[in-house]
Design a protein around this ligand. Structure first.
Ligand code: FAD
Length: 432
């Protein structure tokens, strides 16, 4: 997703930048799931001229529409409303991907079945970077942008090189910290996600699933919202294992069953439980993040999206942050003062602007995980049984509402256009 939006932004803002996309899969595919888009991201879609087509996909009409987001306590027999936010656009992931790919219309610029293993950057600032693929072939480029997800091969090369350099300089402690940046970290959370056709639900449940709802509960949460104009319902249930380590023992993605989900969410409000169980074969997804990287760039290489800042899905912000990276990077590469000779310096501006912002969002998603799963804001001592039985001080729900609203404010109060202005300011002092 991040790579496609970077391509679209280059096409629009920096048409003289020639690019190739190397994709390990044999074709573009997406998991069966939904994705949310906040106003900051909607601005990028507007800038790219995609607004009308996107509104057609969601079935939402008119400017700025989007769904109301409700926060509800769901692990008791009756639902308890906590608070609500407004205006998020929700999409079927593969439909969004298809639309982006259609507009990119990259043709033979997308090279499929090309799994990057590593890259090597020469000491000179102008000689080409060499990309090494698993099939033994190579390619060259002036800049390499790692948009290769949470297990990024670009991040592996970048941080292994940083660590080797530190070791050479006798900084062994720093070297081991840098090497730790290569591997993703398990968050203790496993997500059960999938889509269910609205036609398979009772009339009552179709009505129930017609808005964007986040259900909180002890050590579990669930997110349910309609996509594709309400024809399909996105269903996500998340289970947190207290005291879990940072390494997941088992396949990261496997198919589960509705029975398993039913057992995990046993005792939840009947309608929520019924919707969670309505996905026949949900994908069971061990959720990993990247550590907070000390930089997203090295020389003429940069990381964007999950490769740089894979985060938990508890603000629905991962895709959006990848889009913001692509937008800002293209703004930089489109600038008349950026040349091959100062490209490394220009990428540092990308790092300066995007890293603090995206790492704040990454932290916010982790904080929201604790809120949704009642592991913070004075909920720590409430047991799973007491939470289900409604035996807790209900004033805690007000604290949760306040903290949640405070957390989500960034996505409504700030604009990506402000970040673009900041970049342009910094580009003025770039040495040419
Ligand atoms: C359960 C769950 C729910 C989520 N819900 C939301 C949500 O509601 N909203 C939201 O915004 N985000 C959500 N996210 C996060 C979101 O999916 C990611 O942030 C987003 O997909 C990141 O985009 P990306 O382009 O950086 O990486 P990816 O989407 O992971 O794309 C990486 C691409 O690189 C390719 N690739 C990988 N390795 C190589 C290699 N070595 N060589 C060549 N190609 C390679 C892959 O095949 C893939 O096409 C969710 C994540 C999870 C796990």
């Amino acid at each position: 997703m991040g790579g496609l939006v970077l391509g679209l932004c280059l096409k629009k803002y920096a048409p003289d930048v020639d690019y190739d996309i190397y994709e390990s899969a044999a074709e573009l595919t997406e998991v069966g799931a939904g994705v949310g888009m906040s106003p900051r991201i909607w601005t990028i879609m507007q800038e790219l001229g995609l607004e009308d087509e996107l509104l057609t996909i969601t079935g939402v009409q008119g400017q700025g529409g989007g769904a109301i987001l409700r926060l509800v306590k769901g692990d008791e027999q009756e639902l308890i409303d906590i608070t609500q936010q407004n205006q998020l656009h929700t999409f079927h992931r593969s439909m969004l991907q298809q639309l982006l790919a259609k507009h990119l219309d990259a043709g033979d610029k997308i090279h499929f079945s090309k799994r990057l293993v590593s890259y090597s950057e020469p000491a000179s600032t102008v000689d080409p970077i060499v990309l090494n693929f698993k099939d033994g072939t190579t390619a060259t480029c002036d800049l390499v942008i790692g948009s290769d997800g949470v297990r990024s091969a670009v991040r592996r090369t970048m941080f292994s090189t940083f660590a080797d350099e530190a070791e050479k300089n006798g900084k062994t402690e720093e070297a081991s910290k840098l090497r730790a940046m290569v591997e993703p970290v398990w968050t203790g959370e496993v997500a059960y996600r999938g889509l269910t056709p609205a036609s398979a639900l009772s009339e009552d449940l179709v009505k129930f699933t017609s808005s964007l709802q986040i259900f909180v509960g002890k050590n579990r949460d669930a997110v349910i919202y309609p996509v594709s104009g309400g024809k399909i319902i996105n269903v996500l249930g998340v289970v947190y294992t207290p005291g879990s380590g940072t390494v997941y023992d088992g396949p990261w993605v496997e198919t589960s069953t509705s029975d398993e989900v039913g057992k995990l969410f046993d005792g939840w409000e009947p309608k929520v439980l019924a919707v969670l169980k309505s996905v026949g074969h949900p994908l069971c997804w061990a959720m990993h993040t990247t550590r907070k990287l000390p930089t997203y760039v090295k020389g003429r290489a940069a990381l964007i999206g999950d490769a740089a800042h894979a985060m938990l899905p508890h603000q629905g912000a991962g895709v959006g942050q990848a889009f913001e990276d692509g937008y800002i990077l293209a703004t930089i590469l489109s600038h008349s003062s950026v040349k091959l000779s100062n490209a490394a310096e220009a990428l540092k501006i990308y790092d300066d602007v995007r890293r603090p912002f995206s790492q704040n969002v990454q932290q916010g998603s982790e904080d929201n995980a604790k809120r949704y799963q009642l592991r913070t804001d004075d909920w720590e001592d409430v047991t799973l049984e007491d939470s289900k039985a409604g035996q807790y001080d209900h004033a805690k729900l007000d604290v949760l509402a306040k903290e949640f609203m405070h957390q989500m404010q960034w996505s409504f109060d700030s604009s990506i256009l402000g970040d673009r202005d900041q970049v342009e300011e910094k580009l003025r002092v770039l040495s040419v």
